[in-house]
Design a protein around this ligand. Structure first.
Ligand SMILES: [Zn+2]
Length: 346
């Protein structure tokens, strides 16, 4: 019996050994062939809690220099994290003198070849700045640029509605944000002075007085008709600023009363090459400067603490996330640091 048991045990061990060898060989073969290991991937995409997320940047087009490329890289990262819907440019899109024509290589070297991150391959809604008016202003407004880069959308003044429900379908959603884009360069009186007036390309515009009256009336009517939850106005020049250029008296007298009369939540601009948040007790409008797309470091003037809530005179950009109850802004520097957050609630 013991002999039989011993033979059986040896046979059993031999079978186990053969199985083990076969298994190891199979595993090694499997690893080598690579078809039976289920590689684990984790889904890291973050679903935004806000139905609309955008980035805003201004004063940028310098062929990547003055940290434009660095800002663009961080915009790409924040844009991916927020899964942004589009980008807004607050003007001075191409330095120093706008585009020379629709074939100007700078459109590629300062825009297409710089903002290459996948998250930034969305529509760019742009306004014109004073430097854009110093080149061929009609080129930036030309539909031919869309053929060179499908993202480009630039007009003198326009409005944009976005519903704030998921999915953002009109008719099924009671909440929306209205953006009003205005052309501020013609408002600046200094640019109409002899000797300076000739530096700008005013083609396509009515005489200044008439043009400004039309633009103010159009903005007033559009805001009057807006039933949106949030109203945001975007222009190139500052209304309120403690940056290099400071306040714009021309816009304070002509545009600010319209914004205040219609309960505009925020006016967002470039022109001063910095990031700022100004909110005074005597106005409901938040003034945000996002003009840090490239050349910066021009200094910040002294200001009342009760008005100037944040100022940074280096490069950076602004992110905006909103739903029907809250409007949120985050300023980022060229290294992706979140410098300042604003929460406006309903
Ligand atoms: Zn400017």
């Amino acid at each position: 019996m013991d002999l039989l048991k011993s033979k059986a045990t040896r046979r059993h061990n031999t079978i186990n050994h053969q199985c083990f060898v076969k298994c190891v060989a199979a595993v090694l073969a499997g690893i080598c062939i690579g078809y039976w290991i289920l590689t684990r991937f984790e889904i890291t995409l973050w679903k935004p809690v806000y139905p609309l997320n955008i980035l805003l940047v201004g004063d940028w087009g310098r062929d990547g220099s003055h940290n434009q490329s660095l800002v663009a890289t961080q915009m790409g990262k924040v844009g991916e994290k927020l899964a942004i819907d589009f980008v807004i440019s607050t003007g001075d899109n191409f330095y120093d003198t706008g585009l020379s024509g629709i074939g100007d290589p700078q459109f590629a070297t300062s825009f297409t070849n710089i903002y290459t991150a996948p998250s930034l391959q969305k529509r760019w809604y742009a306004v014109l700045g004073n430097h854009d008016y110093m080149g061929n202003v009609l080129a930036q407004l030309d539909a031919a640029l869309v053929l060179r880069d499908h993202r480009w959308f630039c007009r003198r003044q326009y409005q944009l509605k976005r519903y704030l429900c998921q999915p953002p379908l009109s008719g099924l959603c009671n909440y929306a944000v209205d953006f009003f884009f205005i052309d501020t360069t013609p408002f600046i009186n200094e640019y109409s002075l002899p000797g300076i007036h000739e530096m700008f390309d005013w083609r396509g515009l009515a005489p200044r007085d008439i043009q400004l009256q039309h633009q103010m009336k159009a903005l007033d009517q559009a805001l009057e008709q807006s039933t949106a939850t949030w109203k945001i106005v975007v222009g190139h020049h500052t209304i309120r600023s403690f940056g290099h250029h400071g306040d714009s008296k021309d816009l304070i007298s002509k545009v600010l009363p319209i914004l205040e009369a219609h309960g505009v939540n925020a006016y967002i601009n470039g022109h001063d090459h910095c990031l700022q948040h100004i909110k005074s007790n005597d106005s409901k409008v938040h003034f945000l400067t996002s003009g840090g797309g490239s050349k910066a470091w021009q200094g910040i003037q002294k200001a009342k603490k009760s008005e100037l809530h944040f100022a940074y005179d280096g490069q950076g950009f602004l992110a905006m996330s909103l739903n029907e109850r809250s409007l949120n802004f985050d300023f980022y520097d060229a290294f992706g640091n979140n410098l300042h957050s604003i929460h406006i609630g309903k």
